[in-house]
Design a protein around this ligand. Structure first.
Ligand SMILES: [Zn+2]
Length: 231
């Protein structure tokens, strides 16, 4: 390797990795962000629209609105039963079928999105996310639910076991959910969500490393947005 290449790598590699953790977001991207103020007038309409099938177990209008804004990008989930609940978990959010799915038909299946409720776990607390980033994280979870919805009970059991025991399968699943969220127009929200995770000093390093391994990085999300825009 030429000396100048070695020098380039020596000087810029630490800068680039530092950048991933702490750089501010390019101003030109912010115009694509979801702003809470722009949707506040729609909250009553959304509550009415989803009153039969969606439940949020906490009174938090910001979270409720972010959930509905993300949900509007998945019209096929309009009649799907989803509840949002809070629990101490070791990640930021997770989407799962309700435990009784095995005795129900696919059409009557219910899902839950569990959100990390404490600040003491290794996951990110939802209260630390901006409105736009919250839309992005929830959009990722809804992408999982659209995927579960396509599976029969047997396929879902197989999927869960693959997810738990195969790192390759887990990475593929998480990458697909990120890509689906981008395809649905939630790319910049997801980008800010992941960006916030990497620059949050309260988040354990190994959780950030795990995120880099299984999910799209902020740079990969931007590349995916550009790829989808070209299609
Ligand atoms: Zn996921």
């Amino acid at each position: 390797m030429e000396l100048r290449i070695i020098l380039f790598a020596f000087i810029f590699t630490p800068i680039l990795s530092l950048c991933q953790d702490s750089c501010t977001i390019d101003h030109s991207i912010k115009k694509y962000f979801f702003l809470q103020d722009s949707f506040e007038d729609s909250l009553t309409y959304y509550r009415k629209l989803f009153r039969k099938t969606k439940k949020i177990s906490k009174k938090d209008e910001r979270l409720e609105l972010a959930f509905y804004v993300a949900l509007r990008h998945y019209p096929e989930l309009e009649n799907t039963s989803i509840r949002v609940k809070f629990k101490k978990i070791n990640s930021t959010m997770v989407a799962q079928p309700e435990a009784d799915f095995i005795v129900k038909s696919r059409n009557n299946r219910r899902y839950k999105i569990i959100i990390n409720s404490t600040k003491e776990t290794i996951g990110m607390n939802y209260a630390d996310l901006t409105f736009n980033a919250l839309v992005g994280w929830i959009g990722h979870e809804l992408a999982h639910i659209t995927d579960y919805n396509k599976k029969s009970n047997g396929q879902l059991v197989q999927f869960i076991s693959n997810y738990l025991f195969s790192r390759k399968h887990m990475k593929h699943t998480e990458n697909c959910a990120d890509k689906e969220a981008v395809k649905r127009g939630l790319g910049y929200a997801l980008y800010e969500g992941v960006h916030e995770l990497f620059r949050n000093p309260k988040i354990f390093k190994h959780y950030k490393e795990r995120n880099k391994e299984y999910y799209l990085t902020p740079e990969e999300i931007l590349a995916e947005i550009k790829r989808v825009e070209k299609e």
